[in-house]
Write a protein that binds this ligand. Structure first.
Ligand code: BG6
Length: 489
């Protein structure tokens, strides 16, 4: 047995195997792990879906998906091995007794299974019941759950309770795919492997932080689904709060799941509540209207296909968040995220404090403060803005603001950019939960987000329009301008 075989799970069962996520992300991720020799040689990949089809038809779907979504040319040898692993099981996932059929298709004995729930969360409970009924759950098996985990705190508890009847917390892997992104993971390295940032990472050195996750896409044919959620539930409650917690947590003792997740949880719990008393001052909701993107006219949210023209759902959110603890008291974290913004662009900008005194007044009257930009995507990298002397013999010292720029694509030219799902799949197979969200974290995040959503509702805060292709409503500029600051564009 090689090293991979010893440590990793040996049967991967994907519920919703024909769905978009599975075809776009999960199967290509597993293929890439195959390329790297990181899948147990005995492992089988069992696709489960409602559609009746033969194994040959399923193999064909998988092949087509790989051709479409794997960026590199497919390797015939690896592909043959991968296709050999596939098994297909037609199943009505709500039908309790049907799982006995699934049991006949799974290997018996002591293989560890990963059950990937790539289905709407409303049927997670049914799947668990069915698996249990057919005797398909052991203490070693793992279950992977996709977001959204609920619509609010209460509904997230219902889902978590349904799964917790049969799986212990140590068996449950809740996905937030941002935790698998290389640049998000690099936050741990940046903060805890560089003394420079370990020591200057608090209210004494940092003035404020901006986190922007902008997308140029609109709703992409999923209007009904999105309209139930909105940008607060779709992006802030999970992805932005995960970024924020990695950025602000105390140093964990080590990289274990217990240590990292405990520190992230403390950070989310320390967020100052936003409620009806301060929601207008601390948040902005927006909804895109007709506009232009890359010179092309694009419809507004209410004019998208399938839209309900009365919808008050937000497609943009900006928040001034604050963390009430020793390290961060008084440091604002400005978060903003929206659909149909001018470009797809995610970054964190850490604005350090200004120097208390300027001895270079003669050549530079206002010394700009240092700024650390962490480019999450695209054009991944880290950039530090700092002051430098312009070389020259003049009697007066001329200084200039320059950048130290670490571009990942230039520095790691030979490295393929790994998709978040590859990293996360690998961690599930290896039984490492540190990149997955604990139940306590999900609940703390919902508690904070619910309070904002309730406050919007009780104060009738309707979304402000912004033209598609712009950076959000004007009030988002005011949100930060009130503090004498401005968004980095
Ligand atoms: C998903 C959201 O979780 O993340 C989508 O549901 C969003 O609305 C997507 O578009 C963004 O992910 P990424 O990896 O493209 O930044």
């Amino acid at each position: 047995m090689n090293k991979v075989d010893c440590q990793s799970a040996s049967e991967i069962v994907i519920f919703g195997a024909l769905g978009d996520l599975s075809r776009r992300k999960l199967l290509p991720a597993l293929y890439q792990l195959e390329v790297c020799g990181l899948i147990n040689s005995q492992s089988r990949i069992v696709g489960v879906a409602r559609v009746q089809q033969t194994i040959e038809q399923f193999q064909e779907v998988v092949l087509e998906s790989l051709k479409l979504f794997v960026k590199e040319p497919l390797n015939d040898e690896v592909l043959a091995k991968f296709i050999q692993r596939l098994v297909y099981q037609q199943l009505d996932m709500k039908e309790f007794n049907a799982y006995e059929l699934l049991a006949t298709n799974l290997s018996q004995g002591n293989s560890t299974r990963v059950y990937y729930f790539s289905t709407p969360p409303v049927i997670y409970g049914d799947i668990c019941d069915g698996l249990n009924h057919a005797g398909l759950i052991t203490d070693e098996d793992r279950v992977v759950m996709e977001k959204p985990i609920g619509h609010c705190l209460e509904s997230s508890k219902v889902i978590n309770n349904q799964v917790a009847r049969f799986f212990k917390e140590k068996q449950i892997y809740r996905i937030d795919h941002y935790l698998g992104k290389e640049t998000v993971l690099n936050l741990l390295v940046l903060r805890f492997a560089n003394a420079l940032f370990t020591t200057n990472w608090d209210r004494n050195s940092i003035d404020h932080v901006q986190i922007t996750v902008a997308e140029s896409v609109g709703i992409e044919g999923r209007w009904g689904f999105y309209d139930e959620a909105g940008q607060m539930r779709d992006m802030i409650q999970n992805h932005l709060l995960q970024i924020l917690s990695l950025l602000t947590m105390e140093p964990p003792a080590d990289l274990s799941a217990e240590s990292v997740r405990a520190e992230k949880l403390k950070a989310v719990k320390a967020l100052c509540p936003i409620d009806r008393t301060n929601v207008k001052e601390k948040t902005v909701r927006g909804q895109y209207s007709d506009g232009f993107l890359n010179g092309l006219a694009v419809p507004g949210y209410l004019n998208e296909e399938g839209a309900n023209t009365n919808s008050k759902t937000e497609t943009f959110v900006a928040i001034k968040a604050e963390i009430d603890n020793w390290r961060w008291s008084g440091v604002p974290f400005y978060l903003r995220t929206g659909k149909r913004m001018p470009v797809k662009h995610s970054e964190i900008v850490v604005h350090f404090k200004e120097q208390p005194h300027n001895i270079f007044k003669e050549s530079y009257s206002d010394l700009p403060a240092n700024k650390l930009t962490i480019r999450l995507q695209p054009d991944e990298g880290v950039e530090l803005q700092m002051m430098n002397k312009i070389p020259g013999i003049a009697s007066q010292m001329h200084i200039q603001e320059n950048k130290l720029d670490l571009s990942f694509s230039e520095t790691y030219q030979d490295q393929r950019v790994i998709d978040a799902y590859e990293r996360l799949m690998l961690e599930v197979l290896n039984g490492n939960q540190s990149l997955f969200v604990s139940r306590d974290e999900v609940e703390a995040a919902w508690t904070w987000a619910d309070s904002i959503i309730d406050a919007w509702q009780s104060t009738n805060e309707t979304p402000k329009p912004y033209a598609a292709g712009s950076w959000g409503p004007v009030s988002s500029i005011s949100l930060i301008a009130r503090d004498d600051r401005q968004w980095v564009e």
